[in-house]
Design a binder for this molecule. Structure first.
Ligand code: NDP
Length: 399
């Protein structure tokens, strides 16, 4: 029987919810490319419940215990002697979410001799040292597509918030003001602007589609060109370098995975190619950007605004400069963990576990690493190597 260690974020400070703002959520069974939403044999939770925090347990306890397995759920993941570290010695499966990632570094993997699988309940497995997982023959899987559309909605929300100066204007209301000139002196329409995405995968393409009705000019950078029919439908301009995209875009959004090739792609040097006053929205991974270069670009005016929900490390320490830099619209890492998204990634995690325990193949699209090499979505979108360096800084966060 297996021991499964599941690392989840803390419950709300006021306690696990007894009721919710809404009574139901739409039932999404298919994604835009035809891929089916997760299909576990059953679920033991009500869709729309808070599953991603410790008491929600991803809805897995009943299923796992009924099969005789042991489930350990904790939010204590960073620093010396965390609960996660204490539990690794006999863990067969580690599950965590990118929002509150269990950084599965080579050191941690070495402490877990029985470890067979690392599951990302969500999308983006950069918190695992993929090279170390390959070297040990550990399977890495994620719930591809479960929250891609959720993130795309967040991207569009944050783009509009920055361009229209929403957050400072909202704050004038809270402060009791009616300071129209203060609000609008940084407020523009997005109509007519050039908007580009770095990567046109599931999220990037969704962002392009959502933006089309705003009458903007759409651009994308991706190693693989989209089909001609899609380029035509959305009137897209394809770029083969970040420099070429950045030079023409007023708004840029990052939607590629973090892997050694993409780490710090936005840095002091590449920011010089952006138009002065460009907006940057990054809901992909914090480490795609050089942290201090972003803060400096906002201070100098090279960037007019920066928003997103991803940081490095996570949780971000209190003194992380992105908490206090000017003209930012950051949220904690939430875009992919709406209650709607949680329903899908909890079901997807269960589907992966059912396949694992029944010796059935895990869907190819869920695989990142298998059999000592990149596989499935991993082979398409990631590069080999490790992007977890510096993650021990997460221990600096004080609750
Ligand atoms: P996909 O795998 O569908 O798309 C990733 C795309 O990135 C692919 O099209 C891939 O292109 C492209 N890509 C990879 N490397 C590069 C590169 N060097 N330059 C340009 N493009 C590149 O994934 P999703 O769209 O679903 O998710 C993307 C990322 O978003 C995730 O990996 C994760 O990090 C992040 N994410 C964030 C969430 C949040 O809550 N904030 C939730 C979900 C995801 P190619 O065609 O060449 O393979």
């Amino acid at each position: 029987m297996a021991k499964i260690v599941c690392v989840l974020y803390d419950d709300p400070v006021d306690g696990y919810p007894k009721s919710y703002a809404r009574d139901d959520i739409p039932n999404i069974t298919k994604y835009p490319d035809g891929q089916t939403a997760p299909t576990p044999s059953a679920i033991d939770f009500k869709p729309g419940a808070l599953l991603g925090s410790v008491s929600g347990e991803l809805g897995l306890r009943k299923y796992l215990e009924s099969q005789g397995h042991t489930l350990v759920v904790t939010s204590d993941k960073d620093g010396k002697n965390s609960k996660l570290d204490q539990e690794l010695h006999d863990a067969e499966i580690v599950i965590s979410q990118p929002f509150w990632p269990a950084y599965m570094t080579a050191e941690r993997i070495a402490k877990a001799p029985k470890l067979k699988m690392i599951v990302t309940a969500g999308i983006g497995s950069d918190h695992t040292d993929l090279q170390a997982a390959m070297d040990r023959g550990i399977t890495v899987a994620e719930v591809t597509y479960c929250n891609s559309n959720s993130v795309a909605e967040h991207v569009v929300m944050q783009m509009l918030s920055l361009v229209r100066n929403y957050i400072p204007s909202y704050n004038w209301v809270i402060k009791g003001g009616w300071n129209i000139a203060d609000c609008v002196s940084r407020s523009y329409d997005i109509e007519g602007m050039h908007v580009g995405t770095v990567a046109a995968g599931r999220i990037g393409l969704r962002v392009l589609r959502l933006l089309k009705p705003f009458d903007v000019h759409l651009h994308y950078l991706d190693r693989h060109k989209l089909p001609d029919s899609v380029e035509k439908e959305l009137n897209l301009t394809h770029h083969t370098s970040l420099e070429s995209l950045a030079k023409v875009c007023d708004v840029v959004t990052l939607n590629c995975p973090l892997h050694p090739e993409t780490e710090h792609m936005i840095n002091e040097k590449s920011l010089k190619n952006f138009k002065r006053g460009a907006y940057l929205v990054n809901t992909a991974r914090g480490k795609l950007c050089d942290r201090d270069a972003i803060a400096r670009a906002l201070e100098s005016g090279q960037l007019a605004g920066y928003a997103g929900d991803v940081w490095f490390p996570q949780p971000a320490p209190q003194d992380h400069p992105w908490r206090t830099m000017p003209h930012h619209g950051m949220t904690p890492h939430i875009s992919g963990t709406s209650l709607s998204a949680q329903t899908r990634y909890a079901a997807g995690t269960r589907e992966i576990l059912e396949c694992y325990f029944q010796n059935k193949p895990i869907r190819n699209e869920y695989l990142v690493v298998q059999g000592g090499k990149l596989a499935g979505v991993g082979a398409h979108s990631y590069s080999a190597g490790n992007a977890t360096g510096g993650s021990d800084e997460a221990a600096k966060f004080k609750r």
